[in-house]
Structure formats: C-alpha cells, structure tokens
Design a protein around this ligand. Structure first.
Ligand code: B16
Ligand code: MG
Length: 214
C-alpha cells in the first residue's frame, strides 16, 4: 500500500549540491587546503555543523567552537547568495511531472531535508505550496542517518511508516529512510549508494505505478 511520499531536497528536487560544494571549497582554500568533489560526497545529506567538522578533519585543521561558528556562518552566507538567483529552471528533470501525477492520484507528499535553507529554496523554485508538509533542518534535532526527519514527515501526513516511500541521493539519507522502516528509492548509482530498495538516475524514470508495485 502506498500512503505517502517523502522527498529529500538537495540532489533530488533541485541540484543545490554544486552550490554547497563551491562554498565549502572556497572555505577550504581560505584555510589553506584543497577540497575535492570526492571529499564533497561525504557532506551530502549531512548537517552544516557536521559538514564543517568533516571538512576540518580532511584539512587536518583544528578550530575552537567560536571559530567554527564563524566559519559555518561564512560558508552559509556564500551559499545563500548563490541560491538567491535560483528559479524553476533548476528543478531536476521529471520532478514536476511526478509531483503532478502524485497529486492526480491523491498521494500526499512531504519534504524531508537536512537543510535550514529548504523553505527559501522551495520559494525560489516556486514549489513551496506544492508540498503537503515540510520538514527541514530547522525542525529536527537529530540529523540523517537518524530517521527523525522522515518520521516527522510521515506523522504530519498521518501515514504509516511502512507505507511511505523516500527519495534520497545521499548515503546518510538512504540509511535514515531504512531506519524509519520505509521503502527507499536511491537517486543515483547503486555503486555509490548502498542499501536502497530501488534506484533511478533521474526522476523521469519514476511513476506512481512503479512505487505502488513495491
Ligand atoms: P544547510 P538535503 C542537505 O540537504 C545537503 O545535502 C547537505 O549537503 C547540507 O549540508 C545540509 O542540507 C544542510 O544544509 O547548510 O542549508 O542547512 O540533501 O537533506 O536536502
Ligand atoms: Mg540530498
């Protein structure tokens, strides 16, 4: 039975990962080390503070809590600036059609994102009102891979966890969805993402029938 669908934001609805990557890379360079795209994989789905800790570990740089606050704020300032010019054209292929199909079939859907900037992004791409519920980095206490973000989303929609489908592009998010007892579709390659129930490379490959058959 299919009761509800939960979507990650970055990397599933819209490609903000490139903006996160650029902002983190600039910060790393200012601190005197390089930060590769491969390093960046480790930050996907991870909270801002935790991302900074991973970055500092990669650069083998130690900072006080106060310095970390300043660095995280600096990165976020750049990121917010980068996303301020986003618009609907950056919605990933197949997303609009799939959301429309869910609406037609009366399947409610929510956002389950680690990002504190999620509401702003949804407004920029004009999808803020499309979601039946929004759970983001402002409303959760425990970051992915903890299931909290998806459990809250299901609760808001009044759906049973085992009848929810999660769409995720990050390893931490797939783990969060499985820990919530949900069916998880990995958006990306099965070689990189482990443990999902199904995989797609683009939302264009998805339709309601495919997740009903799960
Ligand atoms: P912010 P998601 C996550 O969003 C990103 O994947 C991750 O890279 C980022 O660090 C995190 O949001 C926090 O974002 O700094 O904007 O609060 O993939 O869960 O939608
Ligand atoms: Mg993501």
């Amino acid at each position: 039975k299919l009761e509800a669908v939960l979507f990650d934001l970055d990397g599933v609805i819209v490609d903000t990962a490139k903006h996160h990557y650029r902002a983190w890379k600039e910060l790393a360079n200012e601190l005197g080390f390089d930060f590769t795209e491969e390093d960046n994989e480790r930050l996907k789905g991870v909270s801002r503070v935790e991302s900074l800790n991973i970055l500092l570990e990669i650069g083998q740089v130690e900072k006080t809590e106060k310095e970390k606050e300043e660095l995280a704020a600096r990165k976020n300032q750049r990121y917010v600036e980068a996303i301020s010019t986003m618009d609907e054209s950056e919605i990933l292929p197949g997303v609009i059609d799939f959301l429309q199909e869910l609406k037609n079939e009366n399947v409610p859907f929510a956002l389950g994102s680690a990002s504190k900037n999620a509401p702003a992004i949804l407004k920029h791409i004009k999808l803020f009102d499309a979601f039946d519920a929004i759970v983001d980095g402002n409303s959760i206490a425990k970051a992915k891979p903890d299931p909290e973000v998806f459990l809250q989303g299901a609760d808001k929609l009044g759906a049973n966890y085992e009848n929810c489908v999660v769409f995720e592009d990050a390893q931490s998010g797939i783990e969060a969805g499985k820990a919530a007892g949900m069916y998880v579709v990995g958006v990306g390659s099965a070689d990189v993402l482990k443990g999902a129930d199904d995989y797609i490379t683009h939302m264009t490959e998805m339709n309601v029938e495919r997740i009903r058959r799960k």
